[in-house]
Design a protein around this ligand. Structure first.
Ligand SMILES: Nc1ncnc2c1ncn2[C@@H]1O[C@H](COP(=O)(O)OP(=O)(O)OP(=O)(O)O)[C@@H](O)[C@H]1O
Ligand SMILES: [Mg+2]
Length: 234
């Protein structure tokens, strides 16, 4: 079986800093894959290079096709949605306008998708006309995920979806991601909350200082002594 996403020898540099060094990994259709790594390991850089927001060396293939010449907006249209670190919603636009922006790549009817996202996040329905910037942190995270879902992604990239959320909200975000996984969506998740992320994951990779150090099934990594001491706090 061919992977949905295949990354080969990816490098990302910022001036003299080599943030990602010859990283290779793949994500198969229907999998939830988690990227673990300390602060500054290069996780966000990898997601940004996959979605085309920053340039990277090496090869990124989606459904077997090389994305080198495909700009970011075209990657969204092909089914790659990215919920960036720190949410990046439009503070001056309403909840509704933020959600509709997620669907700009599509021409078909949006009403059904809006209903679906609002059913998933009733809180957003209550705040429908409120400007994004005045939502609470957790509500902004819901809006960022909801906006990504509006593009009907086949591959959803999530950069620290639980960051800054209360334990209760973290649980509901993870249970929602589990539902996405159940429904067959493919997820690539960067998460500091390694324990919860590994519960959700099919497979995981561990990144250290820009290099891939370990990979395996979630169960294998949960049993790995290095992962236990560095990421599971044991
Ligand atoms: N725009 C930039 N300009 C210069 N250096 C950058 C830039 N973005 C990231 N870096 C550097 O690249 C390295 C990797 O950053 P990246 O954001 O990918 O790490 P990360 O694994 O996502 O970390 P965190 O867990 O803290 O979010 C870091 O050393 C960071 O300082
Ligand atoms: Mg990051």
């Amino acid at each position: 079986m061919k992977p949905l996403l295949e990354v080969r020898d990816m490098t990302v540099s910022y001036g003299m800093i080599a943030a990602v060094r010859s990283v290779s990994f793949e994500v198969y259709s229907g999998e939830t894959v988690v990227l673990l790594g300390a602060n500054g390991a290069g996780k966000s850089s990898i997601l940004r290079a996959v979605s085309g927001l920053i340039p990277g060396g090496g090869t990124v293939r989606f459904e077997g096709e090389d994305l080198a010449a495909i700009p970011a907006h075209e990657r969204v249209a092909r089914g790659i949605a990215h919920v960036p670190e720190g949410r990046h919603i439009f503070g001056n636009l309403s909840v509704k306008e933020n959600l509709l922006l997620g669907a700009w790549v599509r021409r078909s009817s949006l009403a059904g998708d809006l209903d679906r996202v609002l059913a998933l996040f009733p809180r957003l329905k209550e705040r429908y006309s409120q400007s994004g910037g005045t939502l609470s942190g957790g509500e902004q995270q819901m809006l960022a995920v909801g906006r990504a879902l509006m593009s009907r992604p086949r591959l959803l990239l999530l950069d620290e979806p639980s960051m800054g959320l209360s334990p209760k909200l973290v649980e509901s975000i993870f249970s929602m991601l589990a539902d996405f996984h159940e429904s067959g969506m493919t997820l690539l998740v960067v998460e500091q909350n390694a324990a919860m992320a590994l519960t959700l994951a099919s497979r995981a990779y561990v990144l250290e200082a820009g290099e891939m150090k370990l990979s395996g099934t979630a169960a294998e990594l949960q049993d790995n002594p290095l992962v236990r001491s560095a990421y599971l706090g044991e």
